[in-house]
Ligand binder design. Structure first.
Ligand code: SAH
Length: 222
C-alpha cells in the first residue's frame, strides 16, 4: 500500500469525533486505523477525512464519520463478536468492525458495490464474509449474531433480523420515513418465563439512504 499521507488528517478527524461526543476509545482507535480514503472514489480522496457523507456511486453514500462512530459505539462490539452488517456499501464500516476484533458478515443489494467493497477490503487485508442479496432477510446460515448493524434507513425493525439476533444481542438500525430516521438501539433478552424481550432506546436524528427489501421499503412504492 502507498505511504500513509493521510495520518495527520485522520488524527484531526478523531479529535473532532471526540469533541462531538464519541467517548469509546476502542471505537476512536479503530477509526484512527482504517484508511477511509481507500473506500472512496479517486476524486474524493482529498475529502475522505472531512466529517461528511461521500458518494460511492449508484445513488449510495458512505456515511459521515460521526455517524459511523456513533453507531459503532452503540453496538458495543467485543472481540470475537459475530456481527452482521446490512448495506456493505464501500466496506468502510465493515473494516471498522474488523479493527474491533469482530467476525464480520455483510450483505449488499447492489452487485457492483459488493464487488467494489470486496476489492477495497481485500486490498487492506480485512477478511469479511460478503454476499449480494436482500439484507432485510438476514443471513440464516450464520445466525445467530451477537450484533447486527443496519446502515440504511428502514420503516421498521425487520422481524427476520430480530429473530437472527442472539439472546443478549444488540441491533443498531435507523428507523423512520425516507427523509429522516431515529437511531434505534435494540436489545434482545429473555425473561424468567422464557419470553423474548425487545427493548429499544432511540437517538435523534439521522438521514440514510433507504433500506430496500422485503422487510424494508418497497422500491416501487417510493
Ligand atoms: N456501510 C456502508 C454505507 C452504506 S450506504 C459503508 O460503510 O460504506 C447503504 C447501503 O445499503 C447501500 O450500499 C445500499 O445499496 C444498501 N442497501 C439498501 N437496502 C439493502 C438491502 N435490503 N440489503 C442489503 N443492502 C442494502
Amino acid at each position: 500500500m502507498s505511504e500513509d499521507i493521510y495520518s495527520k488528517k485522520r488524527e484531526k478527524l478523531i479529535e473532532l469525533l471526540r469533541e462531538e461526543g464519541i467517548k469509546d476509545e476502542r471505537v476512536l482507535s479503530a477509526m484512527n486505523k482504517v484508511r477511509r480514503e481507500c473506500f472512496v472514489d479517486e476524486t474524493e480522496k482529498e475529502n475522505a477525512y472531512l466529517n461528511y457523507p461521500l458518494s460511492i456511486g449508484y445513488s449510495q453514500t458512505i456515511s459521515q464519520p460521526y455517524t459511523v462512530a456513533f453507531m459503532t459505539e452503540l453496538l458495543e462490539v467485543n472481540p470475537g463478536d459475530k456481527v452482521l452488517e446490512i448495506g456493505t456499501g464501500s466496506g468502510y464500516q465493515a473494516a471498522i468492525l474488523k479493527e474491533l476484533g469482530a467476525d464480520v458478515y455483510s450483505i449488499e443489494r447492489i452487485y457492483e458495490l459488493y464487488l467494489k467493497a470486496k476489492e477495497n477490503l481485500n486490498k487492506l487485508n480485512y477478511n469479511v464474509t460478503l454476499k449480494v442479496g436482500d439484507g432485510t432477510l438476514g443471513w440464516e446460515e450464520y445466525s445467530p449474531f451477537n450484533k447486527i448493524i443496519v446502515t440504511a434507513g428502514s420503516p421498521k425493525i425487520p422481524d427476520t433480523l430480530f429473530n437472527q439476533l442472539a439472546i443478549g444481542g444488540i441491533m443498531v438500525i435507523p428507523v423512520g420515513d425516507t427523509y429522516s430516521q431515529d437511531m434505534y438501539k435494540v436489545r434482545k433478552s429473555i425473561d424468567r418465563n422464557g419470553k423474548i424481550i425487545k427493548s429499544i432506546e432511540t437517538y435523534k436524528e439521522f438521514v440514510f439512504v433507504p433500506l430496500i427489501g422485503k422487510e424494508g421499503w418497497d422500491y416501487d412504492l417510493r
